[in-house]
Design a protein around this ligand. Structure first.
Ligand code: ADE
Length: 227
């Protein structure tokens, strides 16, 4: 799987993919993440990529040409399942969408900046619009990093213990049960006895009950949704 990220400030994406799970996934050849500077495609002699909005509102808008050329040149090289635009007015990201995207093949992630991007890019080139929450970031880069991280950890072979991604919170619309490690007793703070009993059937039942109880207490809305 290959993920191409188009950004006006690619430096923002230097950190998130150069450590830990996403770094190892790239080293193992399970995913290729390529960050592009939109400016590289600008045909303007000053490499300009933004302009004033028609109608005179405040802020600058990313122009069509560099973004259209970037997307079209990538699409000439290989097939992409989706061109995703990260934007606060997109569909709110849920684990089900992450699961789906992780199985789709190559992706282009387009990061907005300034006041936004020319609407015609959204109409003609973007196939899906995603928000990571009801708040406004300075640009789509951090959202693209969130989406990429969430997708990459689901690619088979990325997480050593295959079970572990399946037992994440939100898979099955349930929050994950609590976890504990040694010491079993830290100054009187004790690990639940059942987890040390060795009775795997009883432990699994307890974990399931904990997941349900935690979801009921913290996120009862998850029981009402199918997404
Ligand atoms: N760009 C700016 N804010 C965003 C958000 N909340 N989600 C996705 N992209 C964004």
């Amino acid at each position: 799987m290959r993920i191409d990220i188009l950004s006006a400030v690619p430096g923002l994406l230097e950190g998130p993919f150069s450590d830990s799970i996403v770094k190892r996934a790239q080293e193992k050849g399970l995913v290729e993440i390529v960050v592009h500077n939109i400016r590289d495609w600008s045909t303007d002699k000053h490499k300009k990529i933004d302009d004033e909005p028609f109608g005179g509102s405040a802020g600058m808008v990313l122009t069509i040409q560099p973004i259209a050329d970037a997307i079209e040149s990538l699409q000439k090289e290989r097939h992409y399942a989706e061109v995703v635009f990260l934007t606060p007015d997109g569909e709110q990201l849920k684990q089900t969408a992450v699961n789906h995207l992780s199985m789709q093949g190559n992706l282009i992630l387009l990061c907005g900046h300034y006041k936004g991007i020319d609407q015609r890019i959204r109409e003609h080139l973007v196939t899906r619009e995603i928000s990571i929450g009801d708040y406004v970031l300075s640009g789509g880069e951090l959202a693209a990093a969130v989406l990429t991280d969430a997708i990459v950890r689901l690619i088979p072979g990325v997480i050593g213990d295959e079970q572990s991604a399946l037992t994440d919170s939100f898979q099955d619309n349930l929050l994950a049960p609590p976890v504990y490690t040694r010491p079993a007793d830290y100054n009187g703070w004790k690990v639940p006895e059942i987890l040390r009993s060795g009775d795997h059937k009883a432990i699994n039942t307890w974990l399931e009950e904990q997941a349900i109880e935690r979801t009921q207490a913290l996120r009862p809305d998850l029981f009402e949704k199918d997404s």
